[in-house]
Design a protein around this ligand. Structure first.
Ligand code: RRO
Length: 307
């Protein structure tokens, strides 16, 4: 038996595989499917204070190498998730809440509710690309860190942030330093690339409807973007903050690449759209790689890229 377990501080995951928030994690049944699968834990759909139906359809387009979504945060509202989380404790896997506010104060109200619930960890989603008329919080660094600093005072369990891609090394250095200062436990890198679009030339139409047909880009084609973010953040974190790598993971070679770049856990988004069997496939493949490479534990390879 190969030991795939990993820890974020004292929170144990039997293996490093999670879903990316948003995929297969909105309804009770979907969340339970993930917990019954080979996944090491579950991240819930990003929740808001009130229930939301999200953006108009069509709002998701999937192809072999990419997906474009403009879901617009459909979810049942924080109270629903805080209620069902207690029933899901029996699976004995980490249960991670994901929250997003439209205004600063909403983040604090959400964090207070999560604090009183049975969630094991909280991911603050600062990077939703699909809210009409709203920017991405994470690109407003001052407000983002005010929010994270205040949530850190409220929420004492494992706390992380979901970030978008950044475009300059200096920005990543500055943000990394602030994350260490605020004492986050983890970051998820990255949310979907914010501006993606596709036109179907047959009917000369945009494939998704909301936001001028432009939405978050995910899947295989964003993997190099995400790997570079993980490499840079890991370099600046100096082992103080754990990284969850997200973007274009479809097999165990992708997982291994993220581990070498500096991720401790990985989340699967676009490839999970076809169902939770992906977790078993990736686990079997990863065990094979570990045997072939004759390593004892994945932890010994985190960030150990040769230059
Ligand atoms: O619901 C969405 O439109 C959505 C969210 Br909250 C997110 O964080 N990332 C994404 O690609 N879509």
């Amino acid at each position: 038996m190969i030991d795939l377990s990993v820890f974020i501080k004292d929170l144990k995951f039997n293996n490093p595989f999670l879903n990316a928030s948003g995929v297969w994690c909105t309804t009770y049944d979907e969340i339970e499917d993930i917990l019954k699968s080979e996944a090491g834990g579950v991240v819930f759909k990003t929740m808001t204070l009130e229930k939301r139906t999200g953006n108009p359809e069509p709002r998701l387009h999937v192809e072999k190498d990419f997906s474009i979504n403009s879901m617009g945060l459909p979810n049942f509202g924080v109270d629903y998730y805080c209620q069902i989380v207690s029933k899901l404790k029996k699976y004995k896997k980490p249960l991670i809440a994901s929250i997003a506010g439209f205004k600063e104060n909403e983040f604090y109200l959400l964090a207070e509710k999560i604090k009183k619930s049975d969630f094991d960890a909280l991911e603050v989603n600062l990077s939703c690309p699909n809210l009409e008329g709203k920017g991405i919080f994470a690109y407003d660094i001052k407000t983002s860190f005010k929010i994270l600093k205040n949530i850190r005072k409220i929420f004492k369990k494992k706390l992380g942030a979901k970030l978008p891609p950044y475009f300059e090394r200096e920005t990543i250095k500055k943000i990394s330093e602030k994350i260490i200062e605020v004492k986050l436990d983890f970051v998820s890198l990255i949310n979907s690339y914010p501006l993606g679009s596709k036109i179907d030339i047959k009917d000369e139409k945009l494939v998704i409807k909301p936001n001028q047909g432009i939405g978050g880009l995910g899947g295989k084609i964003i993997k190099p973007i995400s790997i570079a973010q993980v490499l840079l953040f890991n370099q600046y974190f100096k082992n103080e903050i754990d990284i969850i790598g997200v973007g274009g993971i479809n097999d165990a070679e992708d997982v291994y690449e993220y581990i070498l770049a500096g991720a401790k856990l990985i989340s699967i988004g676009t490839s999970l759209l076809k169902g939770v069997k992906i977790f078993k496939k990736i686990k079997i493949e990863l065990e094979k790689i570990i045997k072939e490479k004759k390593i004892k534990n994945l932890n010994e390879k985190i960030g150990l890229i040769k230059i």
